[in-house]
Design a protein around this ligand. Sequence first.
Ligand code: CP
Ligand code: NVA
Length: 308
Amino acid sequence: MLEDFISIHDLTVYEFSQILDLTQKIKDNPQRFQNKLKDKILAMIFQKPSLRTRMTFEVGMLQLGGEAVYLSPSDIQIGTRETAYDVGKNLERWVNAIMIRAFAHQDVIDLAKASRIPVINALTDLLHPCQAMADFFTLKEKAKDLTSLKLAYIGDGNNVCHSLLFAAAKAGSKMSVATPPGYKPDSEIVKQAEEDGKETGASFLITDNPSEAVEDADAVYTDAWASMGQEEEKVDRAKIFSSYQVNKELMAKAREDTVFMHCLPAHRGEEVTDDVLDSPRSIVYDQAENRLHVQKIIMLLLLEKKQE
Ligand code: CP
Ligand code: NVA
């Protein structure tokens, strides 16, 4: 297992599937894992807001017998008050692991380089790996065989899209991405995912046509058109992305049993309509629940290794 959990790209195919298998075990039998992280403390650095990430890391740590300390956006101010390097050098003296939600992906890398304790990426402008692990666990619960699965992602080629591409590559799934021109996923990330996918048989389609992307998809996924930090672009993006809304018409172009996914928070009436989000096809709250189970396993794998 890795020293840190920063990108799904860094995992071996074995480690990826090991996390999903262990997640099933902890979800089925959480009592067996109680107190596994007794006396361990997680520092949680948030440069951006959060509901799911904060709750699932904090609750996860409590359920494992450990503790979590929340550091709000105004507390540390990485890059302004102190460098990521110095933050890491301090925190390693007091706690056993760090979870960080940051703007700059480089801050997470610098923090991990500086500290001897595990660092977990809880979202950067580039990636959201814990989300994609929970999403692929959710897909595995529903679809069983990830190698014959097709995931269609519609909207902005953002952090969530990037981590889903890496996860699809490790899982051996098909993934199509439809974005407006100019909002495609990062070409370097797509290249890396394609490279990773050679080992598993994963395949990718990047298009600007949502109807083409959802064709025969097992799951249709969307995310905010303007991510945290892009609030000033919200009005412009609403116009640019208007034909990328996941609504009943688009879902009708997929199959009858196609599920709908979203990392949340959802912007109802923007990237998704209520009739899709609240429909029986929607598995968004299963995704949110599974953040808890998958992150408990990530913390256990990182911290148990440290005890060896
Ligand atoms: N999906 C997700 O990471 O939600 P939060 O931003 O609320 O943590
Ligand atoms: N792409 C979104 C995901 C939120 C969980 C953002 O970065 O704001």
